[in-house]
Write a protein that binds this ligand. Structure first.
Ligand SMILES: Nc1nc2c(c(=O)[nH]1)N[C@@H](CN(C=O)c1ccc(C(=O)N[C@@H](CCC(=O)O)C(=O)O)cc1)CN2
Ligand SMILES: [Mg+2]
Length: 286
């Protein structure tokens, strides 16, 4: 079987071209989407992601603010900044880069972000709207997974999708979004006893467990579509997914690589959400 390589990089580029054109149109009504990204501390990976978010804003013609706060920032100080950004008219999207230092409660910060500016889609009201199927800003990585499937014209409706991992950021939301697209969804996690039996039935297999190269060919049904959401830094410095790509690629009908698969979609969907938030705030048809 000759597999199709699902390039999140290519899909990202196509979406960014569409966004650029929309930003151009919005100039006519004097609207420039604005994103504020807040980084607390010195985590090296977070610094790269935040820089890339700023670069994406510049590339697309957004207004961009990056707030870099010291590692010992208190919860109160961070809340104060979030409250200020909630009120700031030039800002339509607020993103607080995760993880946060231990002294700050993630939930307290996420809960403080104005729902209409919650471009991460992590606020409980955004999550609730997603569960209900109402319009909301969708979490970026799960939305990116759905977008890859759609842009490659891979059928979701009626398929059996198996999701491995039940995190709030990926596993749970991606399961809901697949169900919304009319897939039949099975969720697996660390306590699932018959994991292989289930994954071998998957037409679409979504892997988000955080264990490098964990899923080999023995888990995969021939012809399955395999989406790898894993990002594990190996001792040699290289990035590996949760899927053993070399073992699975020939068996699958389509597969995302790591890097260059789901990863690049995260920032692109953030840009999509920021545009959507800006249009909603200014009551421009979405
Ligand atoms: N507030 C948030 N924090 C975090 C999120 C998030 O969505 N919101 N997600 C991750 C980090 N992340 C964005 O913030 C992110 C992760 C990965 C990539 C990406 O482009 N990955 C590339 C490889 C990059 C590399 O070489 O390191 C790929 O997979 O091809 C972008 C953004 C945690 N925090
Ligand atoms: Mg990837």
């Amino acid at each position: 079987m000759s597999e199709l390589l699902l390039s999140g990089k290519d899909v990202s580029q196509a979406i960014r071209e569409e966004i650029k054109q929309e930003v151009e149109r919005l100039k006519a009504v004097n609207l420039q989407p604005g994103l504020a990204v807040v980084l607390v501390g010195e985590d090296p990976a977070s610094q790269v992601y935040v820089r890339n978010k700023h670069k994406a804003c510049l590339e697309l013609g957004y207004y961009s603010e990056v707030h870099r706060l010291p590692e010992d920032t208190t919860e109160e100080q961070l809340l104060e900044l979030v409250h200020k950004l909630n009120e700031q008219e030039t800002i339509h999207g607020i993103l607080v880069q995760l993880p946060l230092p231990a002294q700050i409660h993630e939930k307290a910060i996420i809960d403080a972000i104005a729902v209409h500016k919650d471009v991460d889609g992590f606020h409980p009201v955004s999550v609730g709207n997603m569960v209900l199927g109402d319009d909301s800003l969708l979490p970026c990585t799960p939305a990116g997974v759905i977008e890859i499937l759609k842009r490659y014209n891979l059928e979701i409706a009626g398929k059996h999708a198996v999701v491995i991992g039940r995190s709030n950021i990926v596993g749970k939301p991606v399961s809901l979004l697949l169900q919304r697209e009319n897939a039949t969804v099975t969720m697996c996690h660390s306590r699932t006893s018959n994991m292989k039996e289930l994954t071998q039935q998957a037409d679409i297999l979504i892997v988000a467990i955080g264990k490098a190269k964990f899923i080999d060919a023995s888990y995969v049904k021939p012809g399955a579509v395999v989406i790898d959401v894993g990002m594990n830094r190996l001792d040699n410095g290289k990035l590996a997914g949760d899927v053993d790509f070399d073992s699975v690629r020939e068996l699958s009908s389509a597969i995302t690589p790591v890097p260059g698969g789901v990863g690049p979609m995260t920032i692109t969907m953030l840009m999509h959400n920021t545009l959507k938030a800006a249009k909603r705030i200014h009551q421009i048809e979405v």
